[in-house]
Design a protein around this ligand. Structure first.
Ligand code: ZN
Length: 161
């Protein structure tokens, strides 16, 4: 590909759909992390999605590893998989800004959406497809809410309800 201007919207949408399906079928960084320094649980009662997020944060406030466990629909699993991919070796402050951008973009409170100039965020643009399906937005934001809670060291499980 030479640039996004050569790809039309339908093609882009198909690429995003494939990316979501790929992450749902083969979740990255799936499993427990014994060396975790931060954890958070999230539940989405409406859909039945349930996940636990593990972070290993270094003394220099960098996320050295991130993994997740849980059961949920394709969207929630793909979102958690994309999340754990995006925050590897990212500092805590930047991870906080990812949480803000993704949750604001998906819930539609921020018009311009995810910043694709940031290479870590570009793939997350695929999640914006759920905006067309309001019932699934909570599935997509669940892992991100859990990440915010883990970073804040809030032990209360996150619920979308
Ligand atoms: Zn779901």
């Amino acid at each position: 590909m030479t640039g996004t201007d050569t790809v039309n919207n339908d093609e882009l949408r198909d690429l995003y759909r494939e990316l979501i399906l790929d992450h749902a079928r083969n979740p990255r960084h799936f499993g427990k992390l014994d060396s975790a320094t931060h954890t958070a649980e999230g539940i989405n009662p409406l859909c039945g999605d349930k996940l636990k997020l593990y972070l290993q944060v270094d003394k220099d406030a960098t996320i050295r590893d991130a993994r997740f466990e849980g059961l949920g629909c394709a969207i929630s699993v793909a979102s958690a998989s994309l999340l754990t991919d995006a925050i590897q070796d990212v500092d805590v402050q930047r991870a906080h800004s990812f949480v803000e951008q993704v949750t604001e973009s998906l819930s539609g409170t921020k018009g311009h959406g995810i910043d694709t100039n940031d290479d870590r965020l570009a793939k997350l643009k695929a999640l914006e497809g759920v905006r067309e399906f309001p019932a699934r937005i909570k599935c997509a934001t669940l892992a991100w809410r859990a990440l915010g809670s883990a970073l804040d060291r809030d032990e209360t499980p996150v619920s979308t309800e």
